[in-house]
Design a binder for this molecule. Structure first.
Ligand SMILES: *Cc1c(COP(=O)(O)O)cnc(C)c1O
Length: 497
């Protein structure tokens, strides 16, 4: 299987090349030439397997330049019970009639990013051995909070890699910040930037594609790669959990093979929901894909109207990992919906960078409405939903997941569609304790760690050790820079300034 670029249909690279490079030279994103289709026999075989065995089968369909031994090595090192709190890796919790909470946050950093970032270092180093032998891989990450920590944890002390994470100074939760600034490892660095997530993402993209910087790295036998969801190696492992979840529900006799399920995803950069779309195209019987946004509702408007307009106020919300106005992975969806027309993609995205907006054509709009539904909710509604679900079902969800729950409720009310639903639960409520607590109690201790205790008292959920132990860790990274200085920080870290 080969991969094309969304902005150059003629580009044709192997999986190893796509994963090592991260982004295509002309700025497009790598996409598989064709999505493999799952047959009935495939499903029957997958249903009987464990998570890691399912991952191996699915990865092999996309990574045709990897050997079976390599794929097994990657999957087995990523998905095991020392890294994930549960053998199932992705846990399904039955919330209420016909709603399944797909808990993707039982990994080491308590957010769904672990599902991909635990395996990405293995995929990337295996790929680099094939196409960039002997080179040091430099990972640059822009994070809205969860990716940064998950990437640091995945890449720490991985030989021949170096990782640098930029996060918006005021755009992450206290717990997220502490998770990153206390990161251990010899090959890691973390820096705050004075700006929001989009500034961080734009800055990283600029450094990536700056020929002078790229050349400087090359002279020193280094190369950039990305751990953001623009990297195909991030998206692929996310397809796995959607397929796996469907199989799991069939195995548990919750559904019969072929039953249609709607999927609800709290969305920021459009990676997670795109993985659900790809799973559907591969043959998983998913119905509507429901895109849930917070007050940064650029995607809601886009899916409803066909016009993407990032020229609007940026809101800092209690679901910070979704505080995004430029959803990178939407480009992959549009490429698919417009029949791989790279010229159209180039026109739309040039318009986005020049005017801040673009409007898709009627053909794309039609398909978009057929596949997707979009909704949004503000912080008040998010908190109210956390409270409601907790009181009704004794189930505690985090602020991001609550946005999805709220939009799911609205979708049902609006359409009467009563197909069963999978709701992607993207973070542990402990990760956002200061925002979750007020939704369920009036007694809120000032201290971050007492807040964890308080949440535990009320919910009886186990406090993740990875969060509790932050209290005793030393803060290593305190720097904060202007966005114009990001390049200097990168070169400085690499000893190339
Ligand atoms: C990253 C993140 C999201 C958004 O996911 P995308 O793939 O960027 O759409 C939602 N919730 C949490 C907790 C996250 O960390």
């Amino acid at each position: 299987m080969f991969y094309n670029s969304t902005r150059d249909r003629a580009a044709k690279v192997s999986a190893a090349q796509a994963i090592t490079q991260g982004i295509s030279a002309e700025g497009g994103l790598f996409v598989p030439e064709q999505l493999p289709k799952l047959t009935e026999a495939d499903f029957n075989a997958l249903i009987e397997k464990s998570y890691v065995e399912r991952a191996i089968v699915i990865l092999a369909k996309f990574l045709t330049d990897f050997s079976d031994v390599e794929i097994r090595y990657c999957a087995e090192n990523a998905y095991h019970d020392k890294k994930f709190k549960t053998n199932n890796i992705a846990e399904i919790s039955h919330l209420f009639d016909g709603t399944y909470m797909l808990e993707l946050w039982h990994g080491p950093t308590c957010a769904f990013k672990d599902m991909a970032l635990q395996i990405l270092p293995y995929l990337l180093t295996t790929s680099a051995k094939k196409v960039a032998k002997g080179k040091k891989i430099v990972i640059l990450v822009a994070t809205s909070g969860d990716t940064g920590k998950a990437a640091l944890e995945g890449f720490k002390d991985v030989p021949d890699t170096q990782i640098l994470v930029f996060y918006p100074e005021d755009g992450v939760s206290a717990m997220q910040k502490r998770q990153m600034t206390t990161q251990e490892g010899e090959n890691v660095a973390v820096s705050a930037i004075k700006g929001n997530f989009d500034d961080a993402q734009t800055g990283v993209k600029k450094i990536f594609t700056d020929p002078a910087v790229v050349e400087k790295l090359a002279e020193n036998n280094m190369m950039f790669s990305s751990a953001n969801s623009i990297n195909w190696g991030r998206l692929l492992p996310q397809i796995v959990y959607y397929i796996s979840t469907y199989c799991e529900l069939v195995r548990d006799e919750e559904i019969a093979m072929g039953d249609e399920l709607n999927v609800v995803v709290p969305t920021g950069n459009f990676g997670n929901i795109l993985a659900a779309y790809y799973a559907k195209k591969m043959g998983v019987p998913f119905g509507k894909l429901i895109c849930a946004s917070n007050a940064n509702n650029v995607l809601t408007e886009f899916i409803r109207t066909g016009t993407y307009n990032r020229v609007r106020d940026f809101h800092t919300t209690i679901s910070p990992s979704m505080d995004i106005l430029i959803s990178s992975n939407l480009e992959r969806l549009l490429y698919d919906l417009c029949g791989c027309d790279d010229e159209k993609i180039k026109t739309w995205f040039a318009s986005l960078s020049e005017t801040g907006k673009y409007t898709v054509d009627a053909g794309v709009m039609e398909k978009l409405s057929e596949e997707f539904y979009a909704g949004c909710c503000d912080d008040d509604a998010t908190r109210a939903t956390i409270g409601e679900i907790f009181r009704k079902y004794s189930y505690l969800c985090d602020t991001h997941t609550a946005v999805a729950v709220k939009v799911a409720q609205e979708y049902k009310k609006e359409t009467g569609d009563d197909r069963k639903m999978i709701i992607a639960s993207t973070a542990s409520p402990y990760k956002f304790a200061p925002s979750v607590l007020p939704a369920i109690t009036d007694e809120i201790p000032a201290d971050d760690y007492e807040q964890l205790e308080q949440l535990h008292e009320l919910s009886k959920l186990e406090i993740p050790a990875a969060l509790a132990e932050l209290k005793h860790k030393t803060v290593r990274f305190t720097g904060s820079v202007d966005k114009e200085e990001m390049e200097q920080v990168v070169l400085g870290m690499l000893g190339l300034a």
